[in-house]
Design a protein around this ligand. Sequence first.
Ligand SMILES: Cc1cc2nc3c(=O)[nH]c(=O)nc-3n(C[C@H](O)[C@H](O)[C@H](O)COP(=O)(O)OP(=O)(O)OC[C@H]3O[C@@H](n4cnc5c(N)ncnc54)[C@H](O)[C@@H]3O)c2cc1C
Length: 486
Amino acid sequence: MALMTPEQFEESVKQLKPRIFMNGKQVDNLFENPNTRTVIEANKASYDWALDPRYKDILTCYSPLIDDVVNRYTHVSRSNEDLVKKAEAGTFTAENLGTCIYRCVGYDAFHSLASTTWEMDRDLGTEYHPRFLEYLKMVQRKDLSVAGALTEPRGSRSKKTLNWPDPYLSLKVVDKNKEGIVVRGAKINISGAYASHELAVLPQAAHFEGEEDYAVAFAIPTDTKGITYICQYSPYSAERELADDLEELGNPVFGQRETSMVIFDDVFVPWERVFHCGEYPYSVKLVSRFAKTHRMTCGGTCKVGFMNQVIGACKLVQEYKGLEKATHINEQLMEMVVLRETGRACGLAAANKGAEEPEGSGVFLPDELMGNVSKLNICNAFWRLLALAGDIGGGLIVTMPSLKELKNPEVKDYVEEFLSFGSDEPTENIMKVHKLLQNWTAGQHGVATWHGAGPVMAQKIMLQRVIDYEHEKNLVKRTLNLKEKK
Ligand SMILES: Cc1cc2nc3c(=O)[nH]c(=O)nc-3n(C[C@H](O)[C@H](O)[C@H](O)COP(=O)(O)OP(=O)(O)OC[C@H]3O[C@@H](n4cnc5c(N)ncnc54)[C@H](O)[C@@H]3O)c2cc1C
């Protein structure tokens, strides 16, 4: 089996030397920094689950590419069943981590690369597809974690890339030679890259004639010379740094969703790792195939798992407060379940209605309409779920004192008494569940859910492209026996 143990994964990450900055300081040790550590823990869990007989059906699959069992996060879907399993894996990992599985964007990038390299070779006679498959085989055999990077800083949105005063606001090829290419620029908001082995890089947007140097896709080790990671930093990052005990935090082990800006300062990429270079009409295909795959993931699978964390916490709070018979709370909980199941249904529909794309490629991608509907639907559903959680949790979600007070002899007894709801539940449990709800309702997850895989306008644009209304018009024409136009 081509599967690493969690310990081998840790050891392999220790061998990497990425250049990382957080909060004005260099992060010398990913394992010791409490925020970067969470990314290692989240990815590590995926190695653990893959070897656990209870979860191997979700987290592993057979890869004909290397004729072996691989981690699902390194596999390109070859059927609708694979896509359904992909959806189930997204929900499973999200609900167990309460944060991102940082292998997911790379997994979705693989689907786009497999499909589009095949098409470029067919149409243009390039040799990207076998090159990509060789790369993928290496990833599968070594069981690597691969992050994915598309989003770019960008210049004025009202101007074309070539008219930006700074040409590197989109990642650009600045040199080419016999051995490979050199790229300069940046990707932003990139999930978990510094604690992954590899980074798969795709264009963010369509490119046009004259923009050939921006039409580029490749994969490189995360500690390649010239790459710098500038990490996100929020009040939650500071809180984790200041915590005496991880138990004080709303998600002790796996933390928040960690991202960074990734700077490419003249980074060399050998040709064997370049999968798109200059063929600008295909940039949009790489982007849109990634988008529909990732929108199924973000919309209809991982948010379903996140919702389970929120619903579970709300149900516990209801019980702590003795509100089991409160009709409106039961209705709110039911509404949450309806939102969750609508999300799940859209994700599964996207998987079940998915198809081989392009025909003959052997690559299965989710259905465009349902993939985009999944994400568009969840943008609003998730905010609604958070609002309902805020109502059930009450003001304490945002007004609660630190869990440190439970160890402070001066106030410990007051906190124990007055935050117990007069129940026999340990106050510590009550506070921890409220802290978890604070993370979700007053943390980064609302905006992150909205923007991850693109803001709503991006889904609406895609939907407007695929909806044609012919079927609906014809139904009415038949029903009313309408006459042909004169
Ligand atoms: C937690 C998190 C994790 C992420 N992880 C990854 C990752 O691993 N890899 C990755 O590649 N990306 C990642 N992203 C990036 C994510 O895909 C982007 O945030 C998303 O696509 C929105 O882009 P933006 O943040 O630049 O927002 P913007 O594009 O600045 O959007 C802000 C607003 O401007 C509007 N707008 C933007 N451009 C135009 C235009 N041309 N015309 C009209 N309106 C416009 C948008 O519709 C929106 O209303 C992540 C994001 C988050 C929040």
